[in-house]
Design a protein around this ligand. Structure first.
Ligand SMILES: NC(=O)C1=CN([C@@H]2O[C@H](COP(=O)(O)OP(=O)(O)OC[C@H]3O[C@@H](n4cnc5c(N)ncnc54)[C@H](O)[C@@H]3O)[C@@H](O)[C@H]2O)C=CC1
Ligand SMILES: CC(=O)C(=O)O
Ligand SMILES: [Mg+2]
Length: 646
């Protein structure tokens, strides 16, 4: 059945691609050059003559009208030749070059940008999202050319209620907000973290069909504790301002230059355009009430102007991730993607590993699962998985907890831990439960003793699942041990796919947060690589919530999203070790997840309706009708006729 549905979705995609149906008009309040400089409306050379006349564009463009299809082909040709010309260059150079060419299109013509993104999502997601977005954030100040989204800083206190009206769109459906304090596994990147909300919202548009004119990336700049950014290299190394021809001159200085600390910085800047001046506030992060008052003010401002908006909190350091979720989830329509989105994706994967062993789902509670990383993501996964295990067995959560083992930077977390973090405390082991292991036992000690079915990393530490750990997984009690190296970006993954199959054996299930190629195991066998990334859920959570008109995002809605993803794959795929759909079908899975979320909101009587569709109509929709309704409401990039209105 799924195959049929997917077939239908792909033929729908094909037929919509360059369809000749005339799309509805789009009202613009500007004319002439202002339109050409607005990426929401710009069609570059694609404006037909009638439109050029209507909008005062005659003479501002070369005379030949180029069709959307030709523009698309032209862009793809430039992209492919860039790929060819950068062959053999380093990962950083190639991926930043690819990001730049896409970003230039994004800045110029959003319709064309989103069309190439949707049609080539497998190739482009790793550039606009993880892993390249991590590199982009690290270099954001240097790459910055024009602003995207909004920046609210500690200096704006008291002004946000009016500032929010500076955003040009009348309606906003989806906001992704970060304070830059924990960007992927890269730590505190301050204002440079804005790349993450931009990348996440690109996925909202590509996967869930949010209208790009109604999404808003936001950076809340409350300072940074990143010493490198605070030191502002422009002041520290004034000579770096010199033009790049100084580089060879410095090289002539021989060994002194080789050992000089400025060499590394200069080479970074020279090769990657690293920023000379960080663009954020040059102050340590606000803490305590001062910090919360800034976030409070922002949330009040947003929901005053757009009462129906949804806010996704993204990449906040753990203490604020949990605190803000508790503070706002019953007051505003918001969720935390790292805690809640990740938990659902991981749970779907964990249930998939039970199916991959040919066991019934009720055996989930018999799986021993070691979670490495006790941060916002790891603790979210634990708490959601324990709730699911308790639901499956009908037992209470205390019994369900027994199968889970938590490791952080100080080793196995037990009740004997001094200064035990209150957030991790519910998952700390009793000494009687751990088979002679001690508080702080190392990862290898835990794996050797417990022989887990699943090893799941959300530590942000690259390579921590080393050869010794992976080899120890060969002794797992599972017939198909699972290794989830979920940390991002690629260099922070707990292990590579190739190492996992090489050391833990061919018969494992493997998933990573950032993409890896499938592994050739020889003899015609393939080691499948899954991408266990919250991108499979957050777009559907947002879309289902929006279309339901719910004012809050409940555990029930999130659970429905996770269950939908968990049941999406066929047994045949699961047996091969394929736990998640291909990213090529992300619009389809997102429609299913969105419908599941919407139906959960209806069941909880939270759905207030959206646009012309009221709560009663939503309630009477069948499951299939809901999926159809969600799919129909996905925005799709085509050039609409522009109509000028004063
Ligand atoms: N695949 C996905 O969809 C997602 C992946 N992530 C990734 O998960 C990672 C962690 O994110 P958060 O939990 O928010 O970060 P966090 O900073 O809140 O937590 C990191 C945790 O890892 C632990 N840790 C550090 N070094 C360790 C070591 N050597 N051994 C064991 N544990 C160690 C820390 O004690 C801490 O508990 C990041 O790399 C992030 O990119 C996060 C969300 C979604
Ligand atoms: C994927 C994601 O949200 C993260 O790595 O933080
Ligand atoms: Mg995140």
């Amino acid at each position: 059945m799924w195959k049929l549905a997917r077939l239908a979705a792909s033929s729908l995609r094909r037929s919509r691609r360059f369809s000749t149906a005339i799309p509805g008009p789009c009202i613009v309040h500007k004319r002439g050059a202002d339109i050409l400089h607005d990426p929401w409306f710009n069609k570059d050379t694609g404006f037909p003559y009638t439109e050029r006349d209507r909008l005062g564009l005659r003479g501002l463009l070369p005379p030949r009208v180029i069709s959307f299809e030709q523009q698309y082909a032209r862009f793809m040709e430039s992209y492919r030749s860039l790929e060819k010309n950068t062959q053999g260059q380093t990962y950083g150079v190639v991926s930043l070059a690819k990001w730049r060419i896409l970003n230039r299109l994004h800045d110029r013509n959003e319709t064309l940008y989103y069309r190439v993104l949707i049609d080539n999502i497998k190739d482009f997601a790793p550039i606009i999202y993880t892993p390249t977005v991590g590199l982009v954030c690290q270099n954001y100040s240097g790459l910055f050319r024009r602003p995207r989204g909004m920046y609210f800083s500690a200096k704006d206190k008291g002004e946000m209620m009016s500032m929010i009206y500076n955003w040009p769109a009348h309606e906003v459906d989806m906001i992704v907000l970060t304070d830059g304090s924990r960007i992927l596994g890269l730590g505190d990147l301050g204002v440079q973290g804005i790349g993450i909300p931009i990348g996440k919202l690109d996925m909202y548009v590509a996967a869930a069909g949010f209208n790009p004119q109604r999404v808003l990336p936001v950076m809340l700049d409350v300072g940074t504790n990143n010493q490198r950014l605070l030191e502002d290299r422009l002041c520290e190394w004034p000579f770096l301002l010199c033009d790049s021809y100084f580089f060879p001159v410095f090289s002539l200085l021989g060994e002194w230059w080789e050992r000089s600390p400025s060499r590394k910085i200069y080479e970074d800047i020279y090769s990657h355009e690293l920023s000379l001046i960080d663009l954020g506030l040059r102050q340590p992060r606000l803490e305590g009430e001062e910090y919360l008052s800034i976030v409070d003010e922002f949330m009040e401002a947003v929901f005053t102007r757009w009462p129906k908006a949804i806010v996704q909190f993204e990449d906040f350091q753990m203490k604020w991730a949990f605190e803000t979720l508790q503070r706002y989830r019953k007051k505003f329509c918001m969720f935390n993607d790292d805690i809640q989105g990740t938990a659902g994706v991981a749970l779907a994967g964990l249930l998939g590993t039970v199916r991959a062993q040919g066991r019934p789902l009720s055996d989930f509670v018999k799986q021993k699962i070691v979670v490495v990383g006790a941060g916002s993501a790891g603790l979210g996964v634990l708490s959601t998985s324990i709730q699911a295990a308790a639901r499956i067995t009908g037992n209470d959560e205390t019994a369900a907890k027994k199968q889970f083992f938590l490791i952080d930077k100080d080793g196995l977390v037990t009740k004997q831990r001094k200064n035990l973090d209150p957030a991790a405390a519910p998952f700390a082991k009793d000494p009687a439960e751990i088979d002679g292991l001690k508080e702080g036992a190392t990862l290898i000690e835990v794996v050797r003793k417990i022989k887990p079915h699943v090893l799941l990393g959300l530590s942000g530490v690259g390579g921590i699942f080393n050869e010794e750990v992976l080899k120890a997984m060969r002794e797992s009690e599972s017939t198909k041990p699972a290794i989830f190296a979920m940390s991002n970006p690629t260099m922070n993954a707990e292990c590579t796919a190739a190492d996992a199959f090489k050391h833990a054996g061919d018969d494992i299930v493997f998933a990573s947060g950032s993409p890896f190629e499938n592994v050739d195991l020889g003899n015609g066998k393939i080691g499948y690589v899954n991408q266990a990334n919250n991108m499979y859920l957050f777009p559907g959570i947002g879309l289902g919530t929006l279309l339901s008109g719910a004012r809050f995002i409940t555990d029930g809605m999130l659970q429905a999203a996770a269950e939908c993803l968990a049941s999406y794959m066929t047994d045949e795929d699961i047996q091969k070790g394929i736990l998640y759909p291909s990213i090529n079908s992300i619009r389809h899975i997102t429609a299913e997840v969105g419908a599941a979320v919407l139906r959960a909101a209806v069941a909880e009587e939270l759905a207030e309706g959206h646009g012309d569709v009221g709560p009663r109509e939503l309630k009477h929709m069948s499951k299939e009708e809901t999926v159809e309704y969600v799919t129909r409401n996905m925005w799709y990039p085509v050039y609409s006729p522009l109509v000028h209105e004063k």
